[in-house]
Design a protein around this ligand. Sequence first.
Ligand SMILES: Nc1nc2c(ncn2[C@@H]2O[C@H](COP(=O)(O)OP(=O)(O)OP(=O)(O)O)[C@@H](O)[C@H]2O)c(=O)[nH]1
Ligand SMILES: [Mg+2]
Length: 456
Amino acid sequence: MSELPPDDDISVGDTDAATHRGGFGEFGGASGGLIERTFRERIVMVGVTLAGVDPADTESSLDELALLVDTAGADAVDRVVQRRKSPDPATYIGSGKAIEVREIADMVDCDTVVFDDELSPAQQFNLEKILGRTALDRTAVILDIFAQNASTLEGKAQVELAQLRYRLPRLRGSGRRLSQQGGGIGTRGPGETQLEVDRRRLLRRVHKLEADLRQVQAHRETQSKARSRTRNRAVALVGYTNAGKSSLLNVLTESEVLVEDRLFATLDATTRRLSLPGGESVFATDTVGFVRKLPHQLVNAFKTTLDVVRDADLLVHVVDGSGPDPQGCIEAVHVVLDQIGAGDIPELTVFNKADLNDNATALARRHEGSVAVSARTRSGIDKLVESIADRVRSMTETVDLVVPWHRGDVLAAVHREGQVLSETAGDDGMSIRARLEPASLGALREYVVAAKESQR
Ligand SMILES: Nc1nc2c(ncn2[C@@H]2O[C@H](COP(=O)(O)OP(=O)(O)OP(=O)(O)O)[C@@H](O)[C@H]2O)c(=O)[nH]1
Ligand SMILES: [Mg+2]
């Protein structure tokens, strides 16, 4: 990827950030990444229980938001929940409720109010007016964490792209908010012109990042073509954030990928060779974790990283079996998998953290074909490797072929497209036992003398 221009290429006109307390170190400021924080902000969280939604779901979503806020470097000090048929288009919660939130915010002396769903730019603007402080949403918090955790050039570019796409429609609101603080004018004039300039700059940056990432993607495609020529299957470790995907990759492949007890520790995909019993090997890739209501800007921006998932032959879905709501996590992961076009890939469910309590084992018993493991104590790991091998093997068929001596081209095709298990020279030609995919098998059918149940 070509070198990215320095961040100070961008200015959003946030000139008085120093006087503005709150907003996670002025989220969406000019830095576009690693946000400097001088103090831990106090946050009030707001959730809405829409018609037909279980209030317990709102609470557990807010529990998770508190964790996200904490990971982002702030403290959730209070929460407010409202039941509504549908979100208010102007203020998300009702305007009366917004006044109530302001009173609570004043009382607990909070800096920023965080809403548990994505706010439209207009809602955000209106709410900030009523609340007298910054209003952020779940998306902004997640983007903020990603920005803090991005370490590679590609990861940073992807996060910055997601942030810019989030900020672009909100530029106007931010401009008004600032001009309001400066005296409440907020009309057209030099400020508006500046806004246009800023918008153009941000758009230019968006296009640059998109072009850079397209280049990375082209490179990936070349790599993945090279890999498919080696006939090694690709297995992607997917799952909710903090479920133990990186820990499992480390245990399975004796690697040392970063493992941390924090959300979104992994942003970049890491691929390692995993040897299976029977001599075969597959490529195993650790990927970014998912979460409920993962911002669509992130899903789009992480396309190059998530292509690894979409192109996998098998998904190893890692679930924290010891957690409070494994089923909810599984569903949230399926939502994202569908979003990225990976919903139909065969999936092997793994309930991790079996060392913490009995839940993982109980869950594995209830979910047909799943495995309970502990990446920490390595219990169940052999069974997991066996299961991966079985699933990979079931994607091919083991057959015996006899290829006449004069058909060197066919012999070459078997070697190219399948995995040859044994070869014996016979009178009529070469006797071969090989594992082949259904697609290759079609063309070679006339040389097949026996098909076996998939075997090692
Ligand atoms: N007790 C226990 N803890 C585990 C196990 N596997 C992972 N952990 C812990 O869970 C935390 C998250 O592990 P990671 O491997 O970083 O999880 P991840 O799914 O890669 O997380 P992200 O990359 O942040 O999405 C770390 O503190 C690990 O030490 C396990 O089997 N048992
Ligand atoms: Mg990880």
